[in-house]
Design a binder for this molecule. Sequence first.
Ligand code: 8GT
Ligand code: MN
Length: 561
Amino acid sequence: MRTPSSSEPPSKRRRMSSDNSPSLTPTPTGATVKLYLVQAKLTSQDISELFSLVEAHNLKVNKSPNNPNLTRLQFCHSPDNADTIMTNVRMRKRLERHIDWELAKDKAIVTPDWLRDSVQQNALLPCGDYAALRELKQNTIQNCPDSDSDEPGQSSISCLNSSARPEPETEQSQSTSITKTHYTSRYACLRPCPMVCKNQDLVRQLGVIRRSRELEGKDVSALSYERTISTDSVAAYPYVLNSSRLDEISKLPGIGDKMFSKISEYVSDGKISESQTIAASSRYKSLCLFTQIHGIGPTTARNLYDSLGLRTIDDLKKHYHSPNTLPAMRDSSSSDQERRMTTPAPTLTIKAALALLDDLNEKIPREEVDLMHDTVMAELEKLRPECSSTIVGGYRRGKAESNDVDIVITHPKLVSGSDQVMSLGQMLVNRLHERGLITHVMHLSGFHPPDALRTSNWDTLEKALTVFILPPVEGSRRVHRRLDLIFAAPEAYWTAITGWTGSKMFERDLRLWAKERGMKFDSSGITRRRDSKQYFPRSEQEVFDVLGLQWIDPTLRNADL
Ligand code: 8GT
Ligand code: MN
């Protein structure tokens, strides 16, 4: 590995490499140009691409076409700290919605092509040629970071807040060849997504092998596929794979010899034969089907397949004596209501889950999500007035149809709110069950005090995972729906909302990002590890601020592959 060396002549020009990878010229340290992206008027693909350009390379470019001093590019989360602001907005009035005009005058305001072209040419290009607003062209020329008068290092103040300062540059991250750090520490999903995964089909084929290992109980092997596919590795690799890039791939995290041979096979044949054989096998298909049923895990599924010779859902229904059609709903009779008042909601058995399978597989349109939310909150209002709630999950990310409904509930009174929320889960479930609205409970957890070691991935919030059905409406069919209710004390409300908005991949990267900055994030709060200081943000913006991130609109968090 090369370290910066002052003995080499500074005039030595940097090699222009065809793939824009940083060259082997020594790096005078410290110079950082901070970028801020105004997301308005950009597609999520553009946003994702621009973040990738910088992140994938841990980018350093020449200070200007005539100045070979290397300059590091870095995104920051506030326009105040930025040197260069990129935007597709071309009018003052529009820009002022995002950035104060006085501030804008002190910055270089360019179109995103400035970054694209600078990366392409390995040097910061004159900003004036890319000025986004005619009125700011002069200011943009003056404030352009390509200006040679700037001392390197002048602008190296971290653009993230102190509690979430980026890791100090290690020798490795200053190294100038592409090494695995470029991919290991990239948070594919801490930038607006949908992430464009360049090797989606490879990831899908490896995913079949991973799932099969999981179903066969080979957890160690499953995990190594998981690591390979993860956003720390192949899924974040920013180029389409081909034979000339195989060498780079072999250096990615988690790629051992076996994995490498699978990837090589894919690169040469366009497929992985093991993956294809598995996907076509009756065993794999049945095990996938069986494990969709709540209560059937891989071990039970294999047993049903191997020992009992079952293959299809119908086989399971016969085996579990599960009716093919649901029993007629008998919710209106008073005896049923009385019965429900004295017995708690039944847990969801395999037999019941099978009977509900078709219902639960049906997607939930947004209007119905709203109606379910209104119905639940109307009941809650009678039980505990003035609670607040937010529908989270895929719905909050703008999905047109959801698989389930996730609602975070709190009581906004900061002092007594916590007591008001405590044990509300059980009470609300009982009430909704009495009304015939909750038919089954899959899981009901009380509030656990935070685990001092905070070892689990998930949080300590109280939650009820249930099956819900809307009240009958003349002429329309009632469909059972999965409903998750999450109860948060007021101080955990916004972390709960962030943690349950997803997507899963986004959440995973959020936790990883926090961890590498000495913080622990989960839905019940944020903790600084070194002194256990807890943060309880009062808005989602604050959650992102504490973590040193630019807030990302929920509709751009669809990072799952
Ligand atoms: P979908 O419901 O339409 O399939 O889509 P979704 O809403 O994105 O998926 P989900 O499975 O309902 O998960 C919603 C979010 O909740 C995900 O981001 C996931 O990370 C998070 N989540 C769980 N379970 C748990 C849990 O036990 N604790 C916490 N804090 N988050 C969880 O899925
Ligand atoms: Mn959901």
